[in-house]
Design a binder for this molecule. Structure first.
Ligand SMILES: *Cc1c(COP(=O)(O)O)cnc(C)c1O
Length: 363
């Protein structure tokens, strides 16, 4: 494991980094207005944002976000993992929410500006990284329901440990019978804040019953699995790796796409198709489902050990074993992210100091 540079603010933090426990001391802001378009991103000290009480986001929820990570390589360079995918998805989310679409180059420039300024905050540990949270909200003060003509984009950053790490117990999921995550045509494929707020009722119920998260079923037949909590879900049966198709309700995860590509490169058959929960649970009981695992930027690749439905627990005996596909994928992706192997697919983007766009504001 690499040592943290003594000059880094991280060298003075004790214990686990957690997830969002420490925010870095700067953030990036970038404003948009229909009349003048996007301004240049500015780097400012981390601090409170002020909103008019009539800001549209506070009433009607025009808000989108992204989650991505920067990693430190052995040569001390810093790189982002597939930021072009986040930039494209951010635009797609904006389109779905009738918000201003940020050009992909500007998005990446804004992210790079923050990461470059906060290099010392990128942890060196094998399972840690700098998590970046770009957000855009409708900040126009208006009252009637309509799209905003102005937007505030900001990025904050936090050094994190992986949410799932070696030695942790595999995840326990509870099938949600009462709630749905997204409706047909309802925007479940956009990373919009409302997609999270309305799932908390099911998340908290699952936690109270001793589970980590919810396994969502489709909202119509309540038979096909969609996502688990706020992560994508995979099922392995022998050499078949299954995941639900992008049906308009499922978030197109960057990790999902990465896993499908690696699995194909490794000669597995990666199949995007509907997965019946009845079939899944009877397959687990019969021992012919080998693995269920979750994927997402925050959780990386995490094994599922138990799925419960209607009071019955279905156990995956081999969850989290060293030779599991989940483990192999997690290691292979992590080696690319930390620059330990050649990046043959062009997934990593080194953060160089950006051009002259940067305005460093006074506190
Ligand atoms: C962000 C997110 C994911 C995972 O996407 P990644 O790009 O892999 O991090 C999956 N499902 C939901 C609902 C999400 O919000």
């Amino acid at each position: 494991m690499m040592q943290q540079d003594a000059r880094s603010p991280l060298a003075h933090l004790g214990g686990a980094l957690g997830f969002g426990k420490y925010m870095t001391n700067a953030m990036v802001l970038c404003r948009y207005s229909d009349g003048t378009g996007w301004e240049k991103p500015s780097l400012v000290p981390y601090g409170t944002l002020a909103f008019d009480p009539c800001a549209l986001v506070l009433h009607y929820g025009q808000a989108i976000y992204e989650g991505m990570k920067a990693y430190r390589s052995p040569d001390a360079s810093i790189a982002l993992f597939r930021p072009d995918r986040n930039a494209a998805r951010f635009r797609a989310s904006a389109r779905r929410m009738e918000m201003a679409e940020m050009p992909e180059g500007l998005f990446i420039e804004a992210v790079s500006t923050l990461v470059d300024a906060q290099r010392d905050w990128v942890p060196a540990g094998a399972e840690s990284s700098l998590y970046l949270r770009p957000v855009m909200v409708a900040d126009e003060a208006a009252f009637g329901v309509r799209r905003s003509t102005t937007y505030l984009f900001f990025i904050v950053a936090t050094p994190v440990d992986a949410l799932y790490r070696d030695g942790m117990a595999p995840f326990r999921l509870m099938v949600s019978e009462d709630f749905a995550r997204a409706a047909p045509g309802g925007g479940g494929d956009a990373k919009t804040s409302g997609n999270y707020g309305r799932t908390l009722i099911a998340l908290e119920a699952a936690r109270r019953s001793g589970f980590n998260n919810v396994l969502w079923l489709d909202p119509v037949e309540r038979e096909f699995i969609e996502e688990a909590g706020i992560t994508n879900v995979f099922v392995r049966r022998g050499r078949d790796l299954l995941t639900p198709p992008l049906n308009g309700r499922i978030l197109p995860g960057v990790m999902r796409e990465t896993i499908l590509q690696l699995a194909r490169d490794w000669g597995l058959s990666a199949i995007e198709r509907e997965i019946s929960v009845t079939e899944l649970l009877s397959g687990i009981d019969a021992g012919d489902v080998d693995e269920v695992f979750l994927s997402g930027t925050a959780v990386h690749v995490a094994p599922v050990g138990v799925i419960a439905r209607r009071g019955r627990e279905h156990r995956l005996a081999a969850a989290g074993e060293a030779q599991s596909l989940a483990k192999r994928l997690s290691q292979a992706i992590s080696e690319i992210q930390r620059g330990l192997v050649a990046d043959t697919r062009g997934w990593m983007r080194r953060v160089a100091a950006p051009s002259d766009c940067l305005v460093l504001s006074e506190p």
